[in-house]
Design a protein around this ligand. Structure first.
Ligand SMILES: Nc1ncnc2c1ncn2[C@@H]1O[C@H](COP(=O)(O)OP(=O)(O)O)[C@@H](O)[C@H]1O
Ligand SMILES: [Mg+2]
Length: 235
C-alpha cells in the first residue's frame, strides 16, 4: 500500500529583506496510514515549517507532499482548502481558540467548517469531551479556562470531525505534566481507535515516546538520532 503521507525532497527558504533563511533543506520521509510519528529537533530546525507545509498552510519552494494519494503541492488553493478541512485536524502550541466564543462554540467551529464533508457524530463528540474532562467547561470562554483546559478544548476541536490525519505542533509545549499526559493519551487513544495518522512535533523526548517512531530534524534536514544531542543517552 502507498504511504498515507509522503514528503519528497522538500525545500523552503524564507526571505527577510535580502537575508535568506533556509528552513527545509531536502526533507523526505513517509508515514503509513494509522502510524503515530513524532518529530523532534532543536528550536529553529524547521519543525513548524514542516508542520505548515504538510498541513497545506504554506507552500514549498520545491518538492512534493502527497496526502492520501493526492499531490498537495499541485492542488489549487480551493482544492487544498477543501482537503485540509475534511481530512486534517490541527493542534497548535498556543491553542488558537477564538477568544469571544465559548468552548462549545470553538469546538463547533471545526464541525461547521468541515460542513457536508465532515463526519459529524454528536455521541462521539460528547465522549471525547468527557474523556478530556471538559463536560463542565463547555460554556466557558478561553479567558475563563486554564492553559491546560484551553489545549484540551483545542484538541476536542481538532478531533471532533474524526480527521484522517492529526497534525500537532508542540501540543504540550505550554502544559504542565498532568495536562500533557491527558493530551498525549487522547492523541494516542484516538490514533488507535480510529486508525488516525498522527504527526506530532515536540521537543520533549518523553512526549515523543508516545509515537510509534521518531524522526529527528536538525538545520532543516532529517538526521539519525545519534546526531541529535538532546536525544543522546535517552534510549
Ligand atoms: N515566517 C518566517 N519568516 C522568516 N523566517 C522564518 C519564519 N518562520 C520560521 N523562520 C525561520 O526558519 C527556521 C526554521 O523555523 P521553524 O520552522 O519555526 O523551526 P522550529 O519549529 O523547529 O523551531 C528558523 O531559522 C526560523 O527563524
Ligand atoms: Mg516550532
Amino acid at each position: 500500500m502507498a504511504p498515507f503521507i509522503e514528503a519528497q525532497d522538500l525545500y523552503k527558504t524564507y526571505h527577510i529583506g535580502k537575508v535568506e533563511v533556509p528552513a527545509l533543506r531536502g526533507i523526505s520521509f513517509s508515514v503509513e496510514r494509522g502510524e503515530f510519528v513524532s518529530v523532534v529537533g532543536p528550536s529553529g530546525s524547521g519543525k513548524s515549517t514542516l508542520f505548515y507545509v504538510l498541513g497545506g498552510l504554506t507552500r514549498v519552494d520545491s518538492g512534493r507532499v502527497v496526502l492520501d494519494g493526492a499531490d498537495f503541492t499541485k492542488l489549487s488553493d480551493a482544492e487544498r482548502t477543501r482537503m485540509r478541512k475534511s481530512k486534517i485536524g490541527f493542534v497548535f502550541q498556543k491553542f488558537n481558540l477564538l477568544p469571544t466564543l465559548s468552548a462549545r462554540a470553538n469546538i463547533d467551529v471545526a464541525l461547521d467548517i468541515a460542513g457536508k464533508n465532515g463526519n459529524r457524530d454528536d455521541a462521539y463528540l460528547e465522549r471525547i469531551v468527557g474523556l478530556l474532562g471538559l463536560t463542565s467547561r463547555l460554556q466557558h470562554r478561553p479567558s475563563e479556562l486554564s492553559g491546560g483546559e484551553q489545549q484540551r478544548v483545542a484538541l476536542a476541536r481538532a478531533l471532533a470531525n474524526k480527521p484522517a490525519i492529526v497534525l500537532a505542533d508542540e501540543p504540550t509545549g505550554n502544559l504542565d505534566s498532568r495536562n500533557s499526559e491527558i493530551v498525549l493519551s487522547m492523541l494516542r487513544g484516538s490514533n488507535r481507535e480510529l486508525g488516525q495518522t498522527v504527526l506530532m512535533i515536540t521537543h520533549n523526548p518523553e512526549a515523543a515516546e508516545f509515537g510509534d517512531r521518531v524522526i529527528h530534524m536538525r538545520d532543516g534536514e532529517i538526521v539519525p538520532p545519534e546526531r541529535d544531542p538532546q536525544w543522546t543517552g535517552h534510549h
